[in-house]
Design a binder for this molecule. Structure first.
Ligand SMILES: *Cc1c(COP(=O)(O)O)cnc(C)c1O
Length: 416
């Protein structure tokens, strides 16, 4: 399966090593190459690979489908230096939600204008930090936040977050953030005028893991009304922030379909208006480009009383306290594939447990898999979004080691 002619070399990008392959490789091909090296060295720790070719693919897709919308990558989704540095090269901006996230981006020599502080309820010290570092764009959704920002930021650009939710989104955000666009939003806009603050724009986030993208049209229509109302009070309105929630991996809607709804809504409601349109995609950029390989650290056939005699249980070395926390917080159902897959092999009912002593640390239950042994590798794809970000080292199991890859062609174009 490994292309025989594959050659590679390592280059430094920031402080990290990136492996440059002389051709573009699939997830399986890269996984096999690295797993073979691990086997030779006697390593069995889990590893994650970020394929920068895939990040580029997402970037080009964005530019093709939504050229009028500037993406600001939501750093929390996968806070990773190589990714943020690479996106900086491509001219992408950043959605940060704390002083540390802002600091990490400024460290890349990114201009403060490329950052939106997209958290409506900010600690005072983080507001001061944004002010001192020239980060102006920030969201809010209460009078109390307006007063805080007025006191602790010298030159804010204020973006009012409204709540327009896709009720079927996996992670609801609008019960915690955003105001009703019809009732409270106009009151806040008026209040801002009274306390002498300009409102610069409107933002929304229909929910992470969204499913109904017609919600975008509703939110954009509300934004239009609020732009008109705010301007009638004398606010200089010039930023529309359409948030995140764009799928990054397998999804029932393609990005093309979603982008088409957004384009037509923007055309309908903002066609004659030269506003700056931005978005805060997180998972869109990082879900697909990352895969993880875990090692089978223990395999046993029907070990517990009452087990079906065919049932095989596996223990692997990453689990729900590590990268697979996405099962709990992002409601995904990762599916592992044996890396050395014999498609003719007999399948057995199998359960896959994480490595910790916790009884809830289970990854997959009653799935059909060919028989594997201790030391075999399992490949989990689309593991970039909300995995490493929320993972711990509970029970002393390490987070996966990161590897970065790119093809020579893209290296020459974007990194050299
Ligand atoms: C989490 C978050 C995002 C990113 O959401 P995705 O579903 O990963 O695109 C964007 N904006 C805000 C304010 C967020 O909280």
């Amino acid at each position: 399966m490994i292309p025989k002619t594959t050659n590679s070399r390592h280059v430094l990008f920031g402080n990290e090593k990136v492996e440059v392959f002389d051709q573009s490789l699939t997830d399986e091909e890269i996984a096999l190459l690295i797993a073979e090296r691990y086997d030779k060295l006697g390593f069995d720790d889990p590893f994650m690979v970020m394929n920068l070719d895939e990040v580029l693919e997402k970037f080009h897709q964005w530019k093709r489908e939504l050229p009028m919308v500037e993406p600001f990558y939501a750093v929390k989704c996968f806070p990773n230096r190589v990714l943020t540095r690479f996106l900086a090269k491509l001219g992408v901006g950043y959605d940060c939600a704390s002083k540390t996230e802002i600091n990490d981006i400024l460290d890349l020599d990114v201009s403060a204008e490329k950052i939106i502080y997209a958290h409506p309820c900010k600690p005072i010290n983080h507001i001061k930090f944004a002010s001192e570092n020239g980060v102006q764009m920030m969201t809010f959704d209460t009078v109390e936040e307006l007063e805080k920002v007025k006191k602790f930021h010298s030159k804010p650009q204020l973006i009012l977050r409204i709540a327009v939710a896709d009720p079927s989104a996996l992670c609801q955000l609008n019960t915690k953030f955003g105001v009703n666009p019809v009732k409270q939003a106009p009151q806040l806009i008026k209040k801002a005028k009274e306390i002498g603050l300009n409102i610069d724009g409107i933002s929304f986030h229909i929910g992470s893991g969204a499913n109904d993208f017609t919600t975008h049209e509703i939110a954009i229509a509300h934004s239009r009304n609020l732009f008109d109302y705010a301007r009638s009070l004398g606010h200089h309105m010039h930023i529309l922030d359409i948030g995140g929630g764009f799928p990054g991996g397998e999804h029932k809607f393609s990005f093309e379909q979603i982008a088409s709804i957004i384009r037509s809504s923007l055309e309908k409601y903002f066609y004659d208006d030269s506003v700056r349109i931005i978005a805060e995609p997180g998972r869109f950029f990082c879900a697909r480009p990352c895969f993880e390989c875990v090692n089978v650290i223990h395999a046993a056939q029907a070990p517990r009383e009452g087990d079906d005699s065919n049932h095989i249980v596996y223990y692997i070395n990453d689990g729900i306290f590590g990268s697979f926390n996405c099962k709990l917080y992002d409601f995904v159902h990762p599916k592992g594939k044996p890396l050395k897959l014999d498609s003719q092999a007999q399948l057995f009912p199998s359960t896959i447990w994480g490595p910790t002593c916790d009884g809830g640390d289970k990854i997959e239950e009653n799935v059909s898999l060919p028989k594997m042994s201790t030391g075999d590798w399992l490949l989990y794809q689309e593991m970039g979004a909300y995995t490493i970000a929320g993972g711990s080292t509970f029970n002393g199991f390490p987070r996966p080691k990161m590897h970065y890859t790119i093809s020579n062609e893209n290296y020459a174009k974007y990194l050299a």
